[in-house]
Design a protein around this ligand. Sequence first.
Ligand SMILES: Nc1ncnc2c1ncn2[C@@H]1O[C@H](COP(=O)(O)OP(=O)(O)OP(=O)(O)O)[C@@H](O)[C@H]1O
Ligand SMILES: [Mg+2]
Length: 306
Amino acid sequence: MSTIIEIDEVNKVFATGEHAVKNLSLNIKEGEIIALLGPNGAGKTTLISMICGIVSPSSGKIKVNGLDVVDDYRKTRSMIGLVPQELTLESFETVSNSIKFSRGLFGKKGNKILIENLIKQLSLWEKRNTKIMELSGGMKRRVLIAKALSHEPQILFLDEPSAGVDVELRKEMWEIIKNLKKDGATIILTTHYIEEAEAIADRVGIINNGELLLVEEKKELLSKMGSKTLTIELASKIKSIPKSLSSYHLQLLNNGEKLAFNYKSNDESTGITSLLMDIKKADIKLADLSTSQTSLEEIFVDMVNK
Ligand SMILES: Nc1ncnc2c1ncn2[C@@H]1O[C@H](COP(=O)(O)OP(=O)(O)OP(=O)(O)O)[C@@H](O)[C@H]1O
Ligand SMILES: [Mg+2]
């Protein structure tokens, strides 16, 4: 995959002295979905705003399709669709006019079919003649997506697409985003929801305090760090772990009521079968079994705390 956005040692220090983005470098590949994950104030919106040319970097370079976002602002901006974090819409305008207007802002000729398709794609057809102020929050967010796509950008930024959106609409949004990727768009989204990154991203970047702590293929990240724990509840307490089980590095929990076994879920052989057979040989009786998986959530919390 070729690089579509190059971010090279970018810093942003606001007039207030706030160092919001610190020496950040990142290449975004054409056609990928990358999720930038980070807590409030991490610098996600500032980074996006710099790529979109809304905020100027204090130092460093950002290029979109090889063009500098400061020197070639108009060209780079026209390649980008931005769905902002805040709901900023013209309240008295209708859905359809508002989307048409956005396209016009980029100096693009009207395209009735394209606008109608966008409205349908975002399930706003029935609301196309409704005033924006009469829409629900989730519908407004869909209008913002349609507006961001109205000038046919190659790149789409979604700043917190799930903020204030219910579970059902969130899932719907994920489908929309996945379909846009199928059409060839490059998508960058910011989120607090690890679940969201887990559900749709190809790569995940973790940002904290203006620093990019890590960027990794989601699958790699999950398999590298994602381990599982098998918890074995015993029918009766044991005082210690029998020597015959020492190779499994088990932990004895709850005063001898439970055994915990950590294993890599992606390993060919997890060792569970032999563990259970050896437990039987050791004459330990089981009451119940359960497994739990390390999620991106735990990885994230772990990284940010370090
Ligand atoms: N215009 C500004 N002037 C001064 N400081 C700013 C400005 N915009 C943002 N900041 C500061 O920069 C830091 C990063 O803010 P930013 O909005 O980029 O974070 P974020 O990761 O998007 O957070 P959230 O998840 O809450 O949206 C914060 O400390 C914020 O207060
Ligand atoms: Mg933000």
